[in-house]
Design a protein around this ligand. Structure first.
Ligand SMILES: Nc1ncnc2c1ncn2[C@@H]1O[C@H](COP(=O)(O)OP(=O)(O)O)[C@@H](O)[C@H]1O
Ligand SMILES: [Mg+2]
Length: 468
């Protein structure tokens, strides 16, 4: 089902072919030939003038209070009919296709999400980012692209934002100019308008795509090599504790999701998130989400509360969406006391930075422990850090896979097993590089062997494992 039909309270059961139709002018390109570019069939400036004229005429004739009372289907039919009649009566010189486009757009403007309709049905779009009425970006296959789609003006954009927000029972206006909400289909929407947004209303929709990327999809687009993906799947199967590290939007949650989908189906999983994003396919799964305090400041349930509670739920694995606070302590405890195979992410720029952030979180939580003790806990708990990076060509890559060894003095020692080596930039601004193994055979190789998983040693020893 499309995002749109799930946002709406009113439904388009007929699958509305006119709304579904994506439109010429191939302004949006995807550089990867296997990923077809989106083509938008947009009205020319002249046709837009006609549309404006028809729209105005229509508003004179149309009884909006009546339309509001009608079922959506009937309203749509009514508006289309009147619009067509106006085109005929006024002898507006447009060909049949343009005529249909104009009618569609008018219907979308009055009843739907205006120009956004062109995007909401397209399943390959991961994010829709509206920076202002004439600046609409989308992200597909991990690449950000500007679209030729525009709103008429800020007022129209605001109206669309208002419609989306109202649909989920929220409100946006000058006195509360910021809304962060989850749509019915799980997509996240953030809208922020003036006076907070200086240059006009802004809207971000991060879509809860029905199918999040799996490791194999990531191999296909060069996020990691095939050999690394095989090792990752085995790391999860043999219950290593894994920390996925990276900046905002580097693909941490997506990686966590892909890793988690390699957990054997007979294990019981508890997931803990601030806002549920993970999509796991297992049956024995309990999903927990934190709750912010209410207006009186009461009723808050933190990640720490949920981690503690999860330990009483007899989990085989705990998956925490992102560690960011006091729960770090309880997570380490859990990892060190039988809940191995736990997975989480952290906002950090290097594996080492990731570990020191965990350390800080434990310290900040107010546990009066010597630094060395905390570090020893971390070194014992976390087995592997997977470092992700969103590079300037817009692609996400696994830049480092690092095994945590032990302590030497006060320092946690670690060894890098795989890394990404940058070699340059091509004419299109794409980064050229390759995934390498470092020649170090990880300690978890033995653990895998003991559990019947035999990764070919060449994977770690032969230097170039992929030239992606
Ligand atoms: N390996 C990848 N390649 C391309 N796009 C990706 C990849 N991983 C994630 N994305 C996309 O990037 C955006 C952010 O991903 P997400 O996993 O939520 O990042 P983070 O959790 O680090 O903020 C999403 O739109 C997602 O679909
Ligand atoms: Mg995330």
């Amino acid at each position: 089902m499309s995002l749109k039909s799930r946002i709406q309270n009113y439904t388009n059961k007929d699958g509305d072919p006119m709304l579904n139709k994506s439109l010429s002018a191939s302004d949006v390109h995807s550089e990867n030939p296997s990923m077809p570019p989106l083509v938008f069939d947009l009205l020319t400036a002249k046709d837009l003038e006609y549309k404006e004229k028809i729209h105005q005429k229509l508003m004179e004739i149309l009884d909006l209070s009546l339309i509001n009372k009608m079922a959506n289907e009937d309203a749509k039919k009514q508006i289309s009919e009147i619009a067509r009649r106006i085109i005929d009566d006024e002898s507006i010189p447009v060909i049949a296709r343009t005529r249909q486009l104009i009618v569609n757009e008018i219907v979308n403007d009055i009843l739907g999400f205006g120009p956004l309709e062109l995007l909401l049905y397209e399943p390959t779009i991961a994010d829709i980012l509206v920076n202002g009425y004439n600046s609409v970006f989308i992200e597909r296959f991990g690449k950000l692209e500007k679209t030729p789609i525009t709103f008429k003006d800020d007022a129209q954009l605001l109206k669309v934002i208002d419609r989306i927000v109202t649909n989920v029972g929220r409100r946006i206006d000058e006195s509360s100019p910021l809304v962060d909400a989850r749509l019915k289909d799980g997509s996240r929407v953030n809208a922020i308008i003036p006076p907070l947004a200086i240059d006009g209303p802004s809207l971000s929709i991060r879509r809860f795509t029905q199918d999040k990327m799996q490791l194999q999809d990531m191999v296909a687009i060069g996020t990691l090599s095939q050999a690394m993906a095989d090792v990752f799947a085995s790391m999860v199967k043999v219950r290593l504790n894994i920390l996925v590290s990276g900046g905002t939007g580097s693909g941490k949650t997506t990686m966590l999701n892909a890793l988690s989908n390699n957990i054997p189906n007979n294990e019981r999983i508890v997931t803990i998130e601030d806002s549920a994003e993970l999509q796991l396919k297992m049956d024995n799964l309990v999903r927990l989400e934190t709750r912010p305090p209410n207006i009186e400041g009461k009723g808050e349930v933190t990640q720490r509360d949920l981690v503690k509670n999860s330990l009483r739920m007899r989990p085989d694995r705990i998956v925490i969406g992102e560690v960011r606070g006091q729960e770090a302590f309880d997570m380490l405890q859990a990892m060190n006391t039988g809940h191995d195979g736990s997975l989480t992410t952290i906002h950090a720029n290097t594996p080492r930075d990731g570990l020191s952030r965990v350390e800080n979180m434990v310290t900040m939580a107010g546990f009066d422990l010597p630094v060395r003790t905390i570090r020893a806990q971390i070194a014992a708990a976390i087995n592997v850090v997977i470092q992700l990076e969103r590079m300037e060509d817009g692609k996400r890559r696994v830049v480092s896979v690092t095994e945590i060894n032990s302590m030497e003095g006060d320092v946690i020692t670690m060894s890098e097993i795989f890394k990404y080596e940058r070699r340059g930039v091509d004419d299109n601004g794409n980064i050229i590089g390759r995934y390498l193994s470092t020649g170090i055979v990880p300690r978890f190789h033995e653990r895998m062997k003991q559990r019947g998983i035999n990764i070919d040693l060449g994977v770690y020893i032969d230097q170039t494992i992929s030239s992606l």
